[in-house]
Design a protein around this ligand. Structure first.
Ligand code: BGC
Length: 805
């Protein structure tokens, strides 16, 4: 395997404290089981550095007091830091620890500093040159990996070269259990110390130190072990400090000869299957682990397989960014995820924003994974299924039936949305009504359906899939109230994807009525649930009806609601919600002029003593989300079923209307606009596409990437190419394609896994689409394009001309 080409490498030159948090997020390494931010191993957490290691699904709940109220929050826990590796030059050669200062980029500004993230190999390389107070130069090169083959292992190789001196170096390799969740400034007033009972020790043999601890309320036990070895001439000594397992090495250095220190780390928690206890598992694993070179080779081989499973060939800078997005998606949700009980964390395993919670963002993630790693999609849906009972309890507690999934979900599926949130602009803690975003249930139902269409997994659809769909449909049918005057069902008191509007101006109750997105997706869920129930094998249908107490009369209600839910309109435009058109117009230019970046208009207005609830101003795509979920023909049918006519002109007018009234305060917004616009307003489409691509690398949401990547948007850009631009739909057992031109991104290739066919390759240019199906004993694939259906048998390929308007 040759050197990694530049298109697969992200390089950050120089050391810039102001950029450090962003780089830590973008250079985080992970394997689906855990991830570690790309922090400097010499530094502990402070205002510049925010090291973090997070195991998927490892949450803990703490109580805090804010604004005179006791609140509980559940967080993805920052686990002991395995990175620490400090070093200093030893003056004199006594047996005691040196008192010389440790090198750190903050106290010894490095002469050169470079981070290079090699996506192909999954390795972060760091080079730096330090100089001490007496002019002695030390070159340092580090290679870091979080193993993609063995999800419990990580490794850090450090090469030291004394350039112009000889003597001993003192190296401290540590596991630090004194860490806390301190990664998000906004949460500083909240409790963040999740680990207790931290114990350290040394395994027989002397080069393995360990640390064990547990989370304070969820009682998850954590075991971590580090083996540190060197090819240098040295002795080792352990010198544990409170909460820190430490090993000291004192290698002798001579000019021009490189000494290598390898640290290999194993991590287990009590949530892992097939272990006795996490500490024993970690020590055992690290003792058995091969050396760094063999580890790196196996790690690279695992990555090669992943890159093949998710082949995406887009030329130029867009392709380079998409590869980075894919890298971070796969580091959060990898084949290892298939064995875990975890959901899709909105900010990856890359930081502490949103406390590692699971929102509706899986809507932007699963459709991509369905066509590459369907077993991972299935596991992520199983996370929701295991919490179906909790969602039914939530509905019952709210006086409803069916399943009311939480807007924010963590360990057990109860509602984790905070009661109060801080507006950093005004310093005020405000009531948070975002939990009224019940549309999250439709996102889950949509993903269930999409998964079934993409994989043909009848076993899942007839069991867990049907149970979830049924209970979500049931919730919607119950939530809909009949309005005799309007002759329509209505869903009142909700919040839509645009979280800005959480109440009518001056209203005494939170929530708005008839959010179009909520109502239309609810109608869709009801219709699909009816379809699925009809298609169930009779014995299964009977079981399900018996177990859930479903009766035919209830199905009649579903039919009725699915055809008569209200969609509000104003001036020939689909209203975002009932009354949206009567809200005041915002002086957009004035605000842009005054504030520059107005993405978080809600915070700006609140700080001014005003409220965004008064204005026709949306945080993110809301009505337009419908164009993201449904192909144009399907959306027309859906409106038709509800008794409304939606022609192209009306849709285009609606898109134009909201385009002028959206501040894009969520990274998801540009993805949706980049998806919807090519089909209606081509000229602006590329701008949104670029914005979606730049979201995290350029930290467009004003400093938020340093608190974790935006996983939904990253995956959304991948899916934008995969399904958005190709119009690819898996429906009725056929692959349907309806490519849309985007001149700046007109030639690309990708491969997908589709209903047991591995590596189906699609190559698109302005004139044609080529589809090639690898050899197997499967049935041919039916491809529908422009009213034509062709069958492509395994081992064959087909070239289809595109006639584009
Ligand atoms: C967006 C939500 C999203 C959440 C987590 C919010 O800013 O408005 O739609 O689910 O971030 O990514």
């Amino acid at each position: 395997m040759g050197a990694t080409p530049p298109a697969w490498t992200w390089v950050y030159e120089g050391y810039d404290p102001a950029e450090e948090r962003l780089r830590e997020s973008l250079c985080a390494l992970g394997n689906g089981y855990f991830a570690t931010r790309g922090a400097v191993p010499e530094c502990a957490a402070d205002t510049v550095h925010s090291p973090g290691t997070y195991v998927a699904g490892c949450y803990n709940r703490l109580e805090s007091e804010v604004a005179g109220r006791r609140v509980q929050n559940e967080d993805l826990v920052n686990l002991p830091n395995w990175l620490p590796l400090r070093f200093r030059i030893r003056d004199g050669d006594t047996a005691d620890e040196s008192t010389a200062p440790w090198f750190s980029p903050d106290t010894h500004p490095p002469l050169d500093h470079r981070l290079a993230l090699d996506l192909r190999a999954g390795v972060l390389e760091r080079t730096a040159r330090y100089v001490d107070g007496t002019g002695r130069h030390l070159a340092v090169r580090q290679l870091r990996l979080v193993h993609m083959g063995d999800p419990h292992l990580a490794a850090l190789r450090t090469e030291f070269t004394a350039e112009d001196w000889s003597g001993r170096l003192e190296v401290e390799s540590a596991l630090d259990g004194t860490v806390a969740n301190t990664g998000v400034a906004r949460y500083q007033q909240l409790a963040g110390r999740h680990l207790t009972h931290v114990h350290t020790g040394t395994a027989p043999g002397g080069d393995v130190v360990w640390l064990r601890c547990r989370t304070s309320t969820s009682d998850i036990r954590v075991g971590m072990a580090a083996r540190t070895t060197t090819d240098g001439d040295t002795g080792t000594a352990t010198a544990h400090a409170p909460g820190r397992a430490r090993l000291l090495l004192r290698p002798a250095l001579e000019p021009g000869r490189t000494v290598t220190v390898d640290k290999c780390v194993a991590l287990h928690t009590s949530r892992d299957p097939a272990i006795s206890d996490p500490l024993h598992a970690a020590v055992d694993r690290v003792c058995r682990a091969p050396g760094f070179t063999a580890l790196a080779a196996a790690h690279r081989a695992a990555w090669e397989q992943l890159w093949r499973a998710c082949e995406l060939d887009v030329p130029g800078e867009a392709g380079r960014i998409l590869r980075l997005h894919l890298f971070h998606l796969l580091q959060t949700l990898s084949p290892h995820t298939a064995d875990l009980d975890v959901g899709v964390p909105a900010r990856g395993l890359h930081g502490e924003a949103y406390r590692g919670h699971v929102f509706w963002d899986e809507l932007f993630v699963l459709p991509y994974l369905n066509l590459h790693l369907p077993e991972v999609s299935r596991a992520l849906l199983a996370y929701r299924h295991r919490r179906l009972e909790q969602a039914c309890f939530a509905a019952r507690d709210a006086g409803r039936v069916g399943a009311m999934y939480p807007w924010q979900s963590g360990s057990d599926g109860r509602e984790e949305t905070q009661r109060l949130h801080l507006n950093p602009r005004s310093g005020r803690w405000l009531p948070d009504h975002s939990r009224l975003q019940h549309h999250v249930g439709s996102a889950i139902a949509y993903n269930v359906w999409q998964y079934g269409e993409a994989t043909g997994d009848a076993e899942f659809m007839h069991t867990k899939g049907a149970e979830m769909l049924l209970q979500i449909a049931r919730f919607w049918a119950d939530a809909a109230t009949w309005d005799g005057a309007r002759g329509r069902y209505r869903i009142l008191g909700v919040v839509g994807p645009d979280e800005y509007h959480d109440a009518y101006p001056d209203a005494s109750r939170p929530g708005i009525d008839d959010n179009t997105y909520t109502n239309v997706t609810a109608a869709w869920v009801l219709a699909r649930a009816l379809d699925l129930l009809r298609s169930l094998p009779e014995p299964r249908r009977r079981d399900l009806f018996e177990r859930t107490g479903l009766a035919d009369a209830e199905l009649d209600l579903w039919q009725d609601v699915s055809r008569r839910l209200l969609v509000p309109w104003h001036h020939g435009i689909i209203s975002q919600f009932d009354g949206f058109g009567e809200l005041a117009e915002l002086a957009w230019d004035r605000y842009r002029e005054a504030y520059g970046d107005i993405r978080r208009l809600d915070r700006i207005l609140e700080a001014e003593g005003d409220t965004v609830n008064r204005y026709q101003a949306s945080k993110q795509a809301d009505v337009l989300m419908l164009g993201y979920l449904f192909a144009p023909a399907e959306l027309r049918r859906l409106f038709g079923r509800l008794g409304y006519e939606l022609d192209d002109t009306t849709w285009r007018r609606t898109v134009d209307y909201y385009l002028r009234r959206t501040s894009h305060g969520s990274t998801l917004s540009s993805v949706v606009h980049a998806w919807v616009l090519p089909r209606v307003r081509r000229a602006e489409a590329w701008r949104f596409c670029q914005e979606a691509l730049a979201g995290d690398i350029a930290d467009l949401q004003g400093g938020t990437t340093g608190e974790g990547i935006h996983l939904g948007a990253m995956a959304g850009t991948l899916d934008l190419v995969q399904r958005g631009l190709t119009g690819l739909e898996s429906r009725g057992g056929a692959l349907r394609l309806d490519p849309v031109p985007l001149p700046e991104l007109s030639r690309f290739g990708l491969s997908i896994r589709y209903r047991g066919h591995w590596g189906v390759r699609l190559a698109l240019s302005t004139e044609r689409l080529r589809i090639a199906v690898p050899s197997s004993d499967r049935e041919p694939i039916h491809v529908v394009l422009g009213g034509r259906t062709v069958s492509v048998a395994p081992g064959e390929s087909c070239l289809l001309p595109l006639c584009r308007g």
